[in-house]
Design a protein around this ligand. Structure first.
Ligand code: C5P
Length: 224
């Protein structure tokens, strides 16, 4: 039986990739499937939370009982997350946000010419949504980031807690076959702002989501 230990809590979750248009038919994006973020939203809803899910373009069904808002670009996701965050007790930024976007979006499809063997795309940096939420966080709000790393997992995760003013970061190594993008399973380490950490061994993403929520619940500020 699922415990209803999130009753009365407002949870805001993001999931999936952002998609940054180049022209009307092309974009820059990444391999995020949305599975981990959707699992977190579903788990929180099952445990009694009132959940809003802000999702990039993925091929998953919207979770039952969750307010789901579809966005495309980092800028869309930033606008939505920042307008929703004031009402949230817990914010979990799982989305794989594109760090860069094309510096402008062509209104017409880009055509190749026969004498062209190279093409340069100029990218500009996207706003860091999580960092902005960290700056705006009010006392009692609990902010969680995710970090997918190919190396130096612990050092990078700990740095991001400070830099983005997080309460917890869920870090996982990507590039393996069992964990990370596209897979149905994941393993990760949770790092907390007090310096402690917890390993979550390889399991189904839905089970990982529940363990993540178990850990988060024990650290919530009673003012929240
Ligand atoms: O710094 P890095 O991109 O590794 O941090 C990952 C965390 O920051 C994730 O929670 C991701 O959703 C968030 N992020 C963001 N906006 C960006 C880039 C990353 O919110 N532009």
């Amino acid at each position: 039986l699922t415990p209803k230990d999130f009753v009365g809590k407002q949870v805001l979750v993001s999931a999936g990739p952002t998609l940054e248009p180049i022209d009307p038919v092309r974009y820059v994006s990444n391999h995020s499937s949305g599975k981990m973020g959707y699992a977190v939203a579903r788990a929180a809803e099952m445990r009694g939370a009132s959940v809003t899910l802000v999702t990039g373009s993925v091929s998953l069904d919207p979770p039952v009982g969750v307010e789901t808002i579809c966005v495309q670009t980092c800028q869309d996701m930033a606008d939505t997350m920042l307008s929703k965050m004031a009402h949230a007790d817990i914010i979990i930024q799982v989305a794989a946000v594109a760090d860069f976007r094309p510096d402008h979006r062509e209104t017409l499809k880009i055509k190749k010419t026969s004498d062209q063997d190279r093409m340069t795309l100029t990218l500009v940096q996207n706003p860091d949504i999580l960092r902005t939420m960290g700056e705006r966080k009010r006392p009692g709000q609990f902010l969680v980031g995710f970090a997918a790393e190919t190396h130096d997992l612990a050092a990078n995760a700990v740095k991001k807690i400070k830099k983005k003013n997080l309460d917890m970061i869920a870090a996982n190594l990507v590039g393996g076959k069992d964990a990370g993008f596209q897979t149905d399973t994941n393993k990760m380490t949770l790092f907390f702002k007090d310096g402690s950490k917890t390993d979550i061994p390889l399991m189904d993403k839905q089970a990982v989501a529940h363990v993540l929520l178990d850990n988060l619940l024990t650290r919530l500020d009673p003012r929240g």
